[in-house]
Write a new protein. Structure first.
Length: 152
């Protein structure tokens, strides 16, 4: 019986077939994200019918000082059109418990930015993410990983 749970977990995880179309991770120098250091991800869309999940994985210090932080997203489409959104990145529950996976030094959290979305234009799309807090330097964010996942 004690080997049954790990076996079931292994089978379940191996049956999850994530179709990752694009993934890029950017490390933030000294875990200090400044206003003048937006992070950009460029990916190619070759199918306007396919649906995707857009997921941002954030790695932050376990001693991060905030429950959340704000970001400004700029999406640039192949035709040059730009759309900007301000998005709050929720890192902990309202009770102060970190969301995601944590160890003694850092936490990783996957944030679904947009689920089951379609892109209406073929070609290269760029998403730039800038920290948009009250402070010029946001300490404690170690990395951002942008993932574009094909959804059936």
């Amino acid at each position: 019986m004690k080997y049954l749970l790990p076996f079931i977990l292994m089978i379940t995880l191996s049956s999850c077939n994530v179709d990752l179309v694009f993934s890029e991770k950017v490390e933030i120098l000294d875990s200090s994200w400044t206003y003048d250091n937006p992070i950009s991800f460029t990916f190619d869309i070759s199918d306007t019918i396919q649906t995707y999940d857009i997921v941002l994985k954030i790695e932050h210090d376990v001693e991060f000082s905030n429950q959340n932080f704000y970001t400004q997203f700029t999406t640039t489409y192949p035709n040059g059109t730009e759309i900007q959104d301000v998005v709050s990145m929720e890192l902990s529950s309202k009770y102060g418990q970190w969301l995601g996976d944590c160890n003694s030094e850092n936490c990783d959290i996957d944030i679904l930015l947009k689920g089951r979305t379609r892109f209406r234009q073929l070609g290269n799309h760029t998403i730039s993410i800038a920290q948009h807090t009250r402070n010029a330097v946001l300490d404690g964010v170690r990395s951002l990983e942008f993932n574009l996942i094909k959804v059936d």
